[in-house]
Write a protein that binds this ligand. Structure first.
Ligand SMILES: [Zn+2]
Length: 651
């Protein structure tokens, strides 16, 4: 099975097989054995452990062969050069049904508005052509980022309609197991429009994929634009400052410099936009023509005394009638029998709304990337004055770079079985209470709004009511005076409900995102307001990495997690790691076998790995805590047994 590998990796494995190599799954890597010529051609060892998981690839001796690897492109070039072109016919296997049964199936699956389908002949065993077009799609996301993946389309040749993904998969698996006969006759007149249609399908899908990909690049682009804008704003302000009090001659000089700087800024901004222009290129490498068995039935579509002949093909391997096109306008739409002719929903003007919606075999819906609607109708509220000021023991505090947090749509993972809780009006009131209690320093009341064993609970355990402030980078001694808030109306950050806004002090503004637990309690605070996944946000934001002294005594593991994880990856990850450590049912089992350093390294790696963070490999954790990698590997399953971490349960 190649099923769970990424498309580029799966492609490489099947390439390996076809070129005389062998491969076998070996734990979470693949052991590949390359024949001599292949090893030489790709400059790879004859036996190698390979993977397309960048985390695993960081380990010693495991080669990365994921999307974008030049060896994958090289393999593809070889196939394109060789041209994987073929034709085959699949034999009939299934027992034929009765005409009545087949007619019932057709009537069921092909609704004809105002019409009725009657058989005019008996079942004919026949074949129908499918076209399978495989292509390499190279996406250029930015000037620095380009990668290639494999895309495939299975198209019904007579109708030029693409089969939906699940149907295509079933058809292809039937091909894999069939003893094929000779190839079908290729009639170029029918094939050319079909190839063009398949190519268009792939092109549309690639453009859609490009849009998804550029969302991620957009965040990088806007960060870069923000940086450039800030730089030039500061430069212009400096010139302006020198202009005051300067004599006339010097002023003219400074004015010229202002004009030059503005020109330079505009060129730079245009450059950045050009750098992030998405493009894709399709390179077809596989063209298969496959004749699949069908049961063909000649019919008349009737309306009263009028009759229009139609032939339907039924694919027993799918249990589906093949797609049809309108005999009048050639559209792929539900048929409509009018008083004068047989048309379809496209060419016949709808005088009244159709009585029932036809369940036609539509293309798969691929708009998986649900749009995250940015928070609207933000409220704003003042924070009451502090009862007590937090100690200012933080000279030279690192402030996170903020303001570079435009709210952008983001790809949401397929919906989890349990529906996430989305905040409403009552939760807005809770957020108002939350910030007010933070402002007045009432830790005990604050804890009632916070989910137990959560990262937010870890922050309040460390710093009392100031925990959430440290979590978004507010330096100690900077009391908040107001904030805004608004609920996301879609799940964010790995299927969770979120309320976002900005907290203001007299010195600065701090975006925040509060996340809700299924029990309608707050379980995490993130130092940005966009609906980004933490792993993704980590790549473009500088998280708060300063560690104020905790107001409570910590055990050794907790102390290590707080200091080392915060310095390297920010307080948000440290809070997740501490939440995980503190909710372990039986920490002593681990401490009996491993040193506190190894346990801390294991918790840190596991939490960041499941958070989708970069650099979440064993080597990084081993270096951070100065321990041996094999010890972390040994401790990892013991930890995971207790914590059951997953991509939706990251702590
Ligand atoms: Zn029509």
């Amino acid at each position: 099975m190649i099923g769970h590998h990424g498309p580029a990796f799966a492609f490489w494995l099947s390439y390996l097989e076809h070129r005389g190599g062998l491969w076998e799954q070996s734990g979470d890597t693949v052991l590949a054995i390359l024949p001599g010529h292949l090893s030489a051609q790709h400059d790879l060892p004859e036996t190698a452990l390979i993977t397309d998981d960048p985390d695993i690839a960081r380990e010693d001796g495991v080669l990365f062969l994921g999307s974008g690897n030049p060896e994958i492109d090289k393999a593809a070039e070889t196939i394109i050069d060789a041209g994987d072109v073929g034709a085959l016919t699949l034999p009939h296997r299934t027992k034929q049904t009765s005409t009545e049964d087949l007619l019932a199936k057709i009537r069921d699956q092909v609704p004809v508005d105002h019409g009725r389908i009657d058989a005019t002949g008996s079942i004919l065993r026949s074949h129908r052509s499918l076209l399978r077009l495989g292509a390499l799609v190279t996406h250029t996301i930015s000037a620095d980022e380009r990668f290639t993946e494999v895309a495939e389309c299975v198209l019904d040749v007579p109708s030029r309609v693409a089969w939906a993904k699940d149907a295509a998969d079933r058809l292809l698996s039937a091909i894999g197991t069939a003893e094929a006969g000779g190839g079908p006759e290729v009639r170029a007149s029918r094939l050319t429009p079909a190839v063009a249609a398949a190519h268009r399908e792939l092109d549309t899908a690639a453009a859609r994929r490009g849009q998804e990909l550029s969302i991620e690049a957009d965040t990088e682009r806007s960060a870069e634009i923000t940086r450039a804008t800030e730089y030039y704003t500061a430069a212009l302000a400096a010139i302006d400052k020198r202009r005051t009090g300067a004599d006339e001659q010097r002023r003219a000089l400074l004015d010229a410099r202002t004009q030059a700087t503005i020109g330079e800024r505009d060129r730079r901004l245009a450059e950045i936009s050009e750098k992030y222009r998405h493009q894709h290129v399709l390179r077809p490498y596989r063209l298969h023509l496959i004749d699949v068995p069908v049961w063909r039935l000649a019919t008349d579509v009737r309306r009263g005394e009028r009759r229009w002949p139609m032939v339907f093909d039924y694919l027993p391997s799918l249990g589906t009638v093949a797609p049809t096109r309108c005999p009048t306008c050639d559209a792929h739409s539900p048929l409509v029998a009018t008083k004068t002719h047989l048309g379809c929903g496209t060419c016949v003007p709808a005088t009244t709304p159709p009585l029932r919606l036809a369940p036609v075999a539509e293309k798969p819906r691929q708009e998986r990337a649900a749009r995250n609607v940015p928070p609207t109708g933000a409220g704003a509220a003042p924070v009451p004055a502090h009862k007590r000021q937090p100690r200012d023991d933080t000279p030279g505090t690192d402030r996170m770079r903020h303001g570079a947090a435009p709210v952008l749509p983001t790809a949401v993972r397929p919906v989890a079985a349990r529906r996430p809780f989305l905040p409403g009006k009552p939760e807005e009131r809770k957020v108002v209470d939350f910030w007010n209690l933070v402002g007045t320093g009432e830790t005990r009341k604050l804890s009632r709004l916070i989910a137990p064993e959560s990262p937010l609970a870890a922050l309040t355990q460390l710093y009392g009511a100031a925990g959430p402030l440290h979590g978004i980078g507010v330096p100690a001694g900077h009391p908040p005076h107001s904030f805004t808030y608004a609920n996301y109306d879609r799940p964010v950050v790995g299927q969770r409900g979120g309320t976002a806004g900005e907290l203001r002090t007299h010195h600065d503004q701090y975006p925040y995102l509060l996340l809700w637990s299924p029990d309608k309690l707050l379980d995490e605070i993130l130092p940005y307001s966009a609906p980004w996944h933490l792993g993704r946000a980590q790549r473009i934001l500088e998280p708060p990495t300063h560690v104020p002294a905790p107001s409570t005594d910590l055990d050794q593991v907790a102390q290590l997690l707080l200091t080392r994880v915060t310095t390297r990856h920010g307080l948000t990850f440290a809070a997740r790691a501490l939440a995980a450590w503190w909710r372990l049912p039986d920490p002593d089992i681990l401490l009996a076998r491993f040193s506190p350093r190894v346990v801390a390294a294991t918790v840190d790696r596991a939490v960041r790995y499941w958070s989708g963070a970069s650099q979440a490999g064993y080597p990084d954790a081993a270096a951070a805590f100065t321990v041996d990698q094999p010890d972390i590997r040994k401790a990892t399953p013991m930890l995971q047994k207790q914590l059951q971490l997953s991509s939706t349960r990251n702590w």
